[in-house]
Design a binder for this molecule. Sequence first.
Ligand code: T1G
Ligand code: NAD
Length: 686
Amino acid sequence: MVTLEERGVVAVLVVDNPPVNALSHGVRIGLYEGMKRIAADDSIQAAVLWCRGRTFIAGADIREFGRPREDPQTNEIRSLMESSKKPVVAAIHGTALGGGLETAMACHYRVAVEDARLGLPEVKIGILPGGGGTQRLPRIVGVRKALEMITGGEPIGAQEALENGLIDEIVEGELCAAAAAFALRVVGEGWPLKRVRDLEDKLAEARAEPGIFDDHRRRIARKTRGFRAPENCIRAIEAAVSLPFEEGLRREQELSAELVNGEQAKAQRYYFFAERAAQKVPDVPKETPLRTIESAGVLGAGTMGGGIAMNFVNAGIPVTLVEVEESALERGLAVVRRNYERSASRGRFSMDEVERRMGLIRGSVDTGDFADCDIVVEAVFENMDLKKRVFAGLDDVCGDNAILASNTSYLDVNEIAAATSRPEAVLGTHFFSPANVMKLVEIVRGEKTSKEVLATAMSLAKRLGKVPVVVGVCNGFVGNRMLAQRRVQADRLILEGALPWDVDRVLYDFGLPMGPFAMSDLAGLDIGWDRESSAGRTLREVLCERGRLGQKSGSGYYTYDPDTRKSSPDPEVESVISDFAAAQGIVRRQISDDEILARCTYPMINEGAKILEEGIALRASDIDVIWVNGYGWPLYRGGPMYYADSIGLQTVVAAYDGFRDQFGEGWETAPLLRRLAEQGRGFLDS
Ligand code: T1G
Ligand code: NAD
C-alpha cells in the first residue's frame, strides 16, 4: 500500500490504498518503515508524501473502528515525520481529511493543488481528531479558526488553507513533481524544518482572549444540541492552549477515548455507511448510461418550486420557471431574489452574485418554453387531476429525451406517468421544505421508470448537493407515511390527557428539532381546512374556527408573542382540548413522558417494517437516511430503524402488545417486526 520511489535525492512515499487512501493497517506499516528508511539512507535529503488515485489520505479507516488498532499507531508515524532531520513535504490533492490532514500537519511543509480540500470531519462521526489534530491545527490556523473547523467538520478549499497558513503553496502542473521541486528548494535554500508542535504565537493570541471558548460554545449550542463530540473537541483545543504539546496530546487521547466506543459514535459511524449504501440501487449498475442534464425546468413557483429552482441555479444549471400567470411568477421570483439577497447580506456571496444567479432563471407563463429543457420538475398544487393534466401538457411540449419529474408528496406516480406517452421517463423527485436547504430527496421509482432515468435523477440530485434515496410508490412514500403514524398518536395523546407542549417537549428532548404541534403551527393549521364545511369535527377544526391558524395568525396550538415570535402554552387551548375530549366521552388521565415517546416512535417503527416488507424502501438503513435528512431525526440516534434495533425489537413488540390490550384496534404489529423480534434479530441484521 506504500512504496518508496526515489527522484534523485528526494524520496517519495507513495500511498496507494483505493478508494480514498485511508490509513489502514498496511498503510501505517508502509509509512512507518518508509520513514525509517528515509532516516537511515544517506543518499536521501528530503521526503514527499504523495498519494495515487483520486485523493490524498482521507482519514483513518473507519472500517477498523470498534476493534483495537494494530501497531504502528499513526501518532508514532507522525512523530517520526515531525522529528525527521530531513524535510518532509505533504503533496495534497483531492481531500486531506481527518487522520490524513493530521499526518500532513506533522510534515514540515504542505503544498496542494488548487481544488484540494482540507478538513477535520471527525465530529460528524461522533469523535474528535485524535491524531494530534486538536493540538496542531490551532497552532497553525489559530484557535478561532480551529474551533470552527473542528466542531463544524466542514473542509476548506486550498485558497482558504493558504490564507490561514494551513498550506505553504498552491502548486500547478504535476503535483508529485512540484512537491519534489519544493522539497529541493527547502534543502537548497536551507529553510528551517517547521515543527508545528513548536509554534506558539497563535496560542499566545488566544490566551489573551479568555472568552473565546465560551463564545464558541454559545455560537454552536443550537446546532450541536444533544451531541457529545463537539464539547470534547472544544476541551481538547482548550488543552492545546493551556498545556504543553505532549500533555495536550495525552488530554486529546482521554477526550477521544470518552467518545470512540460510545453510543453516539457508533450510531454516527453506522449512519456514515448508511448514507453511502443508499446511493446504490441493486438492479441499477454503476455503468448505467446517464442522460445529459444541462438545463432544467420547474413548473409552479410556489413554496417548493422556487426552492427547487434555486437548487438548480446553485449548481450552475440554468432554469426555466413557469407559472400560470404573471403575478404568481413575479411573486415567486421575488421570494427567490429575497432569499439570495439575505445570503448576500450575511456575507455568503456578493450582490453581483445575486444578479448572476437570478440571471440563470428564465421566468415564463408559457410551458412551451420548456421545449429545450433536459428535465422538468413539476411543483403545482397537490391535486391528481391537475397533475395529470399538466403532465399530459409537458409530454407534448418537452423534447423526446426530457425527464418529467413530480414533486408530489403523496400521489400515485404511476397514475401521473400514465398520463404521458413516456412513462419510462417519469418519476418522483420529492424535495423537502425549504427545498433549497433540506438535503433529502426521495426519488420515487415508478413501475415503468427506466434505469437510465432513475440513475440520472440520482446523479443529478447529488450534483445539487442533495442526499437522494430511492423509494417505491405508495401514499406518502417513506417519510410522510411514517410521519402520519406519529401524527395519529400525537392527536390522540392530547385528547387522552397530555398537552401539546408535553408531546412537543418529549420529542424535542429526544433530539428532534420540534414536535408535531409546533410543526403544525409553523405550517399553518388551515392547510386543507375549509371554513364553509368546518363543523368542529376535529380539534384542528375547532382551533381554526376560533381563528387560531398557527404562527401566521399569532396563535394555534400555542400563542406567539407578536414581537419575539416566542411560543407559550395557552390556557384557552387547554380548555378547548378538555371540552373536546369531554364531548367525545374521553376521560383524561395522567400520561407519562415514556408513554408519549413510545406512542410517537413505535408506530413509526412499525410502519417502517411494513414499508420494508412491501419493498417501498430497499433497506432499513435507507429509512434512517430519510429521517435524518428530511425530518431532523437526531443523527446520534442513527435513525428510527437503528433506534429500534438499539432498544431491541422485543421491547417494541412487547409495548405494542400492551397498547393493543389497552386500546384495541390499530395496534397490530407488522409481521416483519414480530418475526424479527421472535428470532432475536434487528432490522439491520436482517
Ligand atoms: N474509511 C473507510 N472507508 C471509507 C472512508 C474511510 N475513512 N472514507 C470513504 N470510505 C469509503 C466509502 O464507504 C465508499 O465505499 C468509498 O470509500 C468512497 O466514498 C485519528 C480517527 C473522502 C470526501 O471522516 O468524507 O481520521 O461505498 O462514496 O463522495 O483523527 O468518503 O464505495 O464501498 O464517500 O468521493 C475521518 C470520510 C476519519 C472522511 C470521498 N475521515 N470520507 O467522497 O466518495 S476518522 C472521514 C469522506 C479519523 C483520526 C480519526 C468521503 C470523501 P463504497 P464516497 P466521495
Ligand atoms: P404552493 O401552493 O406554494 O405552490 C404551487 C404553485 O403552483 C402556485 O404558485 C400556483 O400558482 C402554481 N400552479 C398551479 N397550477 C399551475 C399550473 N397549471 N401551471 C403552473 N403553475 C401552477 O404549493 P407547494 O407547497 O409549493 O407544493 C407544490 C407541490 O410540492 C405539491 O405537490 C406538494 O404536495 C409538494 N410538496 C410540498 C411541500 C411543502 O412543505 N410545501 C413539501 C414537499 C412537497
